[in-house]
Design a protein around this ligand. Sequence first.
Ligand SMILES: [Zn+2]
Length: 711
Amino acid sequence: MSDPTPAEREVIEDLANAIRDLSEAYFSRAKTTVSDAEFDAMVDRLRRLDPQHPQLQQIGSDPAPGTMKIEHRFPLQSLDKATTGKEINHFLTATTRETARCISQPKFDGSSLSVEYRGGLLVQAATRGSGTRGEDVTANARRLGGLPRRLSEPVDLVVRGEVIMPLEIFKEKYSERSPNPRNLAAGAIRQQHGDGIAQPDDLVFHTFDASFFPENEQSEDSMTPLNLGHDSDLIPWLETLGFSPAPWEVHVATEEKTLLESIMQATMTWTEKRNDYEFEIDGLVIKVDAFEERKILGSTAHHPRWALAWKFPPEEAETVVMEVIWRTGRTGAITPVALVAPQFVGGVTVERVTLHNAGEIERLDLNVGDRVKLVRRGDVIPKVTEVLGAAVEGDLAGRFHADGTEFTAALPSRQRPKRPDSCPECGHSIITDGAFIRCPSLSCTARIARAVQYWCKALEIDGIGEKLIQQLVSVGYITNLSDMYRLTAEQLLLLDRMGETSTKKVLAEIEASRSMTLANFLHALGLPKIGPELAEAIATEVGSLQAMCELVRIRDIEPGGIEGGPAEDENGKPYKHPLAIRMLLSIEGVGQTVAVLLLEGLAKRLELVKDLDELLDISNQMKISTSEGVLSGRTVCITGTLSRPRSEIADIVKKAGGKVVGSVSKKLGLLIAGDNAGSKLAKATDFGIQVINEEMFRAMIKRESNEHASV
Ligand SMILES: [Zn+2]
C-alpha cells in the first residue's frame, strides 16, 4: 500500500480523533452521538485506510478473555445453603431476625458473571473467580443474549447474574459433545479465541442483582441511580434498562399463609416446573426484600445474612412410618399403605407410600415407628426400599405438609402392622391368596369411591378430592358413579368443611364435566386395561356410545345368521370370532383380551352406562384421517413455558395431523410459543413463520373439533 497523500492523511486523522473521542465517551460518559453499528463502521474504515494506526490498538481494547484478573469492586459472596423446610424456617426466624418480606428467584445452574456499566455502556465483564478477583471476559460477554451493550439510561452500575445455555439449544447442538450445559457455559464465556465447544451467542444472561457506585465514583453525566427501597422494585427497573432478570416472586405473610408457607409453596412450584423449564435450575434463592434491612443484617465471614440458597433435595430420603392403613382398591385388592412423616423427595412431598401388598410388610420387616428409606424418581410412585430401624422423636422435626403447614405429630409406639381380617372399608369377609388379600364384594363402598375418584381424575374434575368422595359414599349420597350427577347443594352443604363457596365450586365442576367425548367416557369408566390412548382409538373407530352398546349386545353372537354377519371371509375361511370382537380387533393396539375385557366390562356396567348416558352429553367421534386435521401437512415446533407438559401439546398437534419437530427452519409451518420463548421465537420471527401462543392454539384446535362434531 502506498503512503497516504496529505489529503488522505487528514481524513485518517479526523477519523482517528473521532474514534478516540467516541471511545473515551464509551468508557467514561454516556453521551455518544453514534450507534454501535456506526462506530463499528468507523473503526472498519480506519482499519482499511491505515491498518497500522495506533488508535486501532486502543479500541476494541477488551483484553483476551482469561488473560487479565480483575478485582471485583463489589465482591461476590457465596450464599448459605439449605435443603429443608427447617433450614428455611431458621433463616426466616433466626438469621434474618424475623424478616417480614422476602423475594425468591430460581437458582440458575450456570456460570456467574459480574458486569460493569458506565454511563449506560458495558465496559467490563468478569467471572466470579474467587469472589474478590475474577477473570476479564468482556469480549465474550458482549456476545451474550440478555446482556445489553448499551442500557436505556446512562447509569453506572454493576450487575450480577448467571450465564446459562437454554436447554433447547443444548439438546439441539451440544448434547452429544458435552454432558452438561453448565460446563459449556463456563467454557464458552472463558474461551480465548473462539476455540471453546460452545459459542457465547448460544448463551443468555439473566441478572439477579445490581450494585451502585458511591457518588464520588460515579462518572460524569451518569444518571443518579433511583433510590429504590426494595429488590422487588429494582428488578422491574433493571428490566426497563434492558436486562432479563430471573423470574421473581415476593413473599409476605397473609391471612391464608405465613411467610414460611408462602416460600415453601414456591419451593414446590419450582420443583414441579423444574423438569419442563427452559434452563437448568438447581434450587431457589431466597432474599430479604428491603435493602435497608439487608444493610443492617450484614454478613458473616462467609455469607450475607439476608440470603439463602435452597437446593432441590435428592431423590432418596428418609422418613418415619407413622401408621399403616389398608385400602381396598377399584378391583377389590386390599393393599397396605404406609402413612409417613412428610418428606420432600424427588420433587414432591410424600406422606403416603403404598406397600404394594400385604406380603411386603414381612419382606421389608417393617414396623410402625420405623425409620425408612424412600426413593422417588421422576414420575414413579414413591417406594420404601429399606427399613433403617427404630425412629426417635428428632426424626420428625422440621417437616412440612405439601401445603406448607408444619407437621406436628408425635412419634408412634413401635409395632408390627396387623393384616385385617375383614375388608377395612365395607367389613365384608376377605379372601387371602399368599401375599395378596382382597374384598370380593361388588357393593363395597371403597370400590365405588375408587371408581368415582378414577372418574374425576380421568376427566380432570378438580376440587372433588378423595376425602369428599369418601364422605359422599359413606353417607350414601353416592352409591354409584351416576349419583355424582344428581348431587344437590343441600346435600353438599351438610358435609364437613363444605361452605357455600366450595359447594358452588364442586357443583360447577361437576356440571362442566357433563359433556365429554366418547373416548373420555370410556377412559373414565376405569375398565381394566383401557387407558386414554386405547380409549381414543376405540372411540374413533366405534364412533358413538350407541354403536358401542350395540357391540356389547351382539358380543357373543357367533358368525353366521342375521346378527352374526357372514360366517366366512371372502376366501371362504370361517371366521373364528364374533363380529363385535372382529370389529374391535381391527383397531391398532386392541388384542383379543382387551376386546373381551372391554365388552364384558361394559356388559357388567350396562345399567350404569345407560344411566350415565341420560345424565351426560357424550359426543360422537368421527374418524378423522390425519389428512383432514387442521394442522395436516404442517410441521409444528413448540417452545417456551406452557401450561402443560410439552408432550401433551405435541399429542394434540399430532392428533390434528401436524408433525412435531424440534427446531426452527425456514420450512417450519407453525411455532407454538409459550412464555419466555427464546431463540426459537426470534428465529421464527426472522423467517416470517406463523407464531401463535397457547391460547390461540387451543382455539384453533377447538374450532376444528367443533366443525368435525357438527359434520
Ligand atoms: Zn370391601
